[in-house]
Ligand binder design. Structure first.
Ligand code: NI
Length: 173
């Protein structure tokens, strides 16, 4: 398994819609293992393929934050939200592509999602709590949407400028 570099906002690939997965092959398995490895190493609770520059509709997540608890890695291919609750939840979100920046985002508190697993089988599950926030955040990535798209333009511009500065510093090494 390989830890892949995570793209930092602003990057045109983070604004693009990803393509559906059609081939359930070994390359997809390797990609999902690399994505989980990259997410755990960061560390983070979710990662979408466009964040490592792969424009495919695949995301991984594990919202178990307790290090002593067993891991619960999930791989969701071609995920779709089929139902969302009227109840909403506010959560202070962050993103591995926008390091060290956080903002309150309001989303449905429960969602039902369908997806395909690595074996090509159709899955369906309801998510709540942090899992619901995370799966919606990651599906947004597949549509080229970031959590800062939900916040006011001034704060969004401030965060984007900080990220541009961070990228210049990283480029200098
Ligand atoms: Ni993110």
């Amino acid at each position: 398994m390989t830890v892949r570099p995570i793209l930092i906002h602003p990057d045109p690939r983070l604004k693009k819609k990803a393509e559906p997965v059609t081939d359930f092959n070994d390359a997809l398995r390797v990609l999902s293992e690399d994505m989980l490895e990259t997410m755990y190493a960061a560390p983070g609770i979710g990662l979408a393929a466009p964040q490592i520059g792969v424009m495919k509709r695949i995301l991984v997540m594990d919202c178990i934050k307790d290090e002593d608890a067993p891991k619960q890695p999930m791989v969701l291919i071609n995920p779709e939200i089929t139902w969302a609750s009227d109840d909403q939840n506010t959560y202070e979100e962050g993103c591995l592509s926008i390091p060290d920046q956080f903002a309150d985002v309001v989303r449905p508190s429960e969602v039902e999602v369908t997806w395909t697993n690595l074996e090509g089988d159709q899955q369906q599950q309801k998510f709540d709590g942090l899992w619901a926030t995370c799966v919606q955040h990651e599906i947004d990535h597949l549509d080229g949407k970031l959590f800062i798209d939900y916040i006011g333009p001034l704060k969004r511009q401030m965060i984007t400028r900080k990220m541009q500065k961070l990228k210049r510093e990283m480029a200098r090494g």
